[in-house]
Design a protein around this ligand. Structure first.
Ligand code: DAS
Length: 353
């Protein structure tokens, strides 16, 4: 009997000895949604041929034992989909879960694992609607974990260390890919085949190297706790669609989207967000019927669309998306139009966010 009691005492002592270290560590929740970071392929030599959204979150966590050195980590499988299949409803569900977790005292940071195709949209959406200064880090990977030189393990490890860090608080939603710290507002996927796929037109905020954050700049636009939009008061997003601009374009797509109920059309325009002269009358008809027309640019490194440059926006009562690419402009318009349909208010919002 004595030997049994001694063994119990030793176990309790060991647990108490380890407890402060474990209890002292920040709490990080990983919300998994799918994508390549959860992808699996049949061949270690295949980094582009695989199936996304296969590996469950607990397996992702188990695959990186060192996470426990940084934080008390637990996972939730919110979705298991390729991110090209995200919908507005997915955004709302995810946003509400992030906001609820951010309120919990035992949660110090949140990581969202996500496909890379629409990662930039989700990151921007969370940046706009989740009221917390705790780190929220969105992360994906360009290669599945089954491939040589897979990038997901380090990307996820970096995301957890950033989410667990004090100095990442109050910087808005962050994206950690390829050792960089990018703003969820600015970053977008610039190419679909390199591990260095994500770039911010105005530069990364910093780097994360061996678990340490190195900051070089801070976000300038409103986000998270300074946002006028709150996911707790949003149950659906306004229907906003995108019409692509190119040589020989007509107003067919914009009109068809409006006929299907779009409350705003984002013009993925050429160059300065330019609009072909033959398309303007049809767009002005849509504006007269109450549809918002928002000019963005589909130039690759990010547009810079300002009012009344090549289009008389004041005369047409159109809005400009400034430096937001079309897919991010859609997110902002879809959120903003849950509160206003006034074009001047929308323009203020596009300047501020
Ligand atoms: N289909 C892509 C996606 O889920 C895979 C990826 O790159 O994550 O976004």
């Amino acid at each position: 009997m004595n030997r049994f009691l001694v063994r119990c005492a030793l176990i309790v002592a060991a647990f108490c000895q380890a407890l402060p270290a474990f209890a002292d560590k920040p709490g990080v929740v990983i919300l998994a949604t799918g994508g390549t970071i959860a992808g699996a392929g049949a061949d270690v030599a295949k980094s582009a041929t695989y199936q996304a959204a296969k590996v469950p979150v607990d397996k992702l966590i188990a695959g990186i034992p060192t996470l426990a050195d940084v934080a008390r980590v637990r996972g939730e499988q919110v979705f298991q989909i390729a991110s090209e299949s995200f919908t507005n409803e997915h955004l709302i569900t995810l946003g509400k879960r992030v906001a609820a977790l951010a309120k919990q005292a035992d949660v110090d940071g949140i990581v969202v694992t996500h496909g890379t195709d629409t990662l930039e949209e989700t990151a921007y959406f969370l940046n706009l609607v989740v009221h917390t200064d705790k780190p929220i880090v969105v992360v994906g990977s360009m290669r599945p974990g089954t491939a040589m030189s897979a990038d997901g393990m380090l990307n996820l490890s970096n995301a957890v260390s950033v989410a667990a860090s004090q100095d990442a608080r109050g910087k808005g939603v962050l994206v950690t890919m390829n050792d960089e710290l990018n703003s969820g507002r600015d970053v977008s996927k610039m190419i679909n085949i390199k591990t260095e796929a994500f770039k911010s037109p105005w530069g990364a905020l910093g780097m994360v190297v061996e678990g340490k954050n190195y900051w070089f700049r801070l976000p300038a636009k409103r986000h998270t706790v300074n946002s006028e939009f709150d996911i707790e008061k949003i149950d659906s997003l306004a229907p906003v669609e995108i019409a692509y601009g190119y040589g020989n374009v007509s107003d067919t797509a914009a009109k068809a989207l409006a006929d299907k109920g779009a409350k705003a059309i984002i013009l993925a325009g050429t160059g300065n967000g330019s609009v072909a002269a033959r398309v303007v009358p049809g767009l002005r008809d849509l504006r007269a019927k109450g549809v918002q027309i928002i000019r963005s640019s589909h130039v690759n490194a990010g547009g810079f669309v300002i009012r009344n440059a090549e289009q008389p926006d004041d005369q047409y009562d159109w809005v400009v998306a400034h430096d937001l690419n079309p897919q991010k402009a859609r997110i902002l318009a879809a959120v903003a139009m849950t509160k206003t349909s006034d074009s001047k208010e929308l323009q203020r919002i596009f300047w501020e966010y």
